[in-house]
Design a protein around this ligand. Structure first.
Ligand SMILES: Nc1ncnc2c1ncn2[C@@H]1O[C@H](COP(=O)(O)OP(=O)(O)O)[C@@H](O)[C@H]1O
Ligand SMILES: [Mg+2]
Length: 246
């Protein structure tokens, strides 16, 4: 199994957590078993987004400290038994070291087809921990200069720590806004700046924001779900064209 994927970005708010959830749901809908790990220590949110906030008793740091077993810190989604979540420590002081986190993920990963890790923003210690067990990384950017620069710096950091299978996701894309702002002449310029192969282009879709705050039960309302289906196929090794070309 080399399907441990860290979802990261230089700048915050690019849509990492949204990508993690929508991608995981798409993979589960394709018959895969997925462990989603929130690694945004002190700022976790996937439990709310999955409507599992009330279920979580133990988090990743409890599993490491021996307050529970690793399996006991994994919670099944009530909507789908093949979608499981491990929550990030609530307190930032409980951030795990890269070696300890890798060991924890390695002990769990064989029970799943995919492990998706939601990294904190930035290229600091939290990212290094989140990326430690990863076979590959998805770099999430928005098509604007600060976000793209974050992507460039993140790519360098990931290569530096030995994660070299990288793909780019451009999220919250709106052609009209993109052209009006005029920062880039086309999307190729964004892709060239980050020097990373594009695996998905995701449109700005206000419905996604609403759904994410309410839990993903209604994910199929959104036209965006077909884009995540395509991303999930691509990560499973199927050659399918981009679902949205902007
Ligand atoms: N494709 C999209 N279209 C519209 N809103 C989006 C999209 N992706 C993310 N968002 C919204 O952007 C905000 C930040 O997303 P989030 O996934 O929390 O980012 P991050 O985890 O990178 O901080 C949230 O309000 C989310 O609902
Ligand atoms: Mg997040």
């Amino acid at each position: 199994m080399n399907n441990v994927i860290v979802v990261a970005s230089g700048k915050g708010g690019t849509g990492k957590s949204t990508v993690c959830i929508c991608l995981s749901v798409a993979l589960v809908n394709q018959g895969k078993k997925v462990l989603l790990i929130d690694c945004d220590c002190g700022m976790r949110g996937l439990d709310i987004m999955l409507d599992m906030e009330q279920n979580i008793l133990f988090d990743a740091s409890d599993a490491v400290c021996g307050n529970c077993s690793a399996a006991e810190a994994v919670y099944q989604s009530k909507n789908n038994e093949n979608l499981c979540l491990m929550a990030a420590p609530f307190e930032v002081e409980n951030e795990l070291s890269p070696a300890v986190f890798k060991q924890l993920v390695d002990s769990l990963k064989d029970d799943y087809d995919f492990v998706i890790i939601d990294a904190p923003a930035g290229i600091g210690s939290g990212l290094v921990t989140a990326a430690a067990p990863a076979d590959k990384a998805l770099i999430v950017v928005n098509a604007e200069p600060t976000s793209v620069r974050g992507g460039v710096r993140l790519r360098k950091k990931l290569l530096n720590i030995g994660v070299d299978e990288l793909r780019l996701i451009i999220n919250r894309f709106d052609r009209k806004v993109f052209e009006k702002l005029g920062f880039y002449s086309d999307l190729d310029e964004v892709i060239e700046a980050v020097q990373t192969q594009l695996i998905a282009l995701i449109p700005y879709d206000i419905r996604l924001s609403v759904i994410m705050q309410r839990g993903v039960a209604g994910l199929n309302w959104s036209a965006v779900s077909s884009i995540f289906d395509c991303l999930a196929y691509r990560l499973s090794g199927k050659r399918v064209p981009l679902a949205f070309k902007g």
